[in-house]
Design a protein. Sequence first.
Length: 226
Amino acid sequence: MKPEVYILKHGSFEELGNSQLEGAFGLHVTTGLVVYEKNEEKKCMIIEPGMVCDFEEHVEKIKELGFELEKDLSHVLCTHMHQDHIQALGKYPNNTHVFHFGSSSLLGTPEYGAKLYEEGHIEISEIQYEKINNAHTHKDTIYIIDSENEGKLAFVGDLVFATFDVLSKDMQYKVDKDASVDQRRRYDKFKNWFESNTDITGFYLGHGNRKVSREEVKEYFSEYTL
């Protein structure tokens, strides 16, 4: 049976009107739960732990789906290591494997990268990853899930922040320029990856408020020109 994907929280990008810092934003990331079966045992993985303020909400939704963190969570998958995406990492059990950019280690151990995943998938063949160098960050990871309930989809992190109805094109350009290692390279590398993976039908963006179709991603490329 293929894995199933559930969204624990959709992302957002909200301007803080009462902030003393002009242009300050409140950030929430898109956090997913992947339920998979291996050796006749059901387990789950978190994609993007997000902010500490969202942790309890995530836990409640995981319980509603019939899972417990200590017993059932095998991995936390991170697209990149910016604070808004990983702040809650330390809230997860120490026996959880943290995965990023092709390697993982137990959360409770200091040695990072203890296990390498050179085959391009994590635990089962339907949960894949691809590494993108020096784009939004120096090490970005895209997670591709061939799921039972949502088809083939990808969690792309901040390789695309959001659609323009969530964050305007002008503001997205500014945030991209400030936050990305190389704005032009992020755009080009993600575009090349997107055009090479034509079988993926749905995309979850780092701060998006919904699943995005291929057509919407194409619109993003046509409107967001550098």
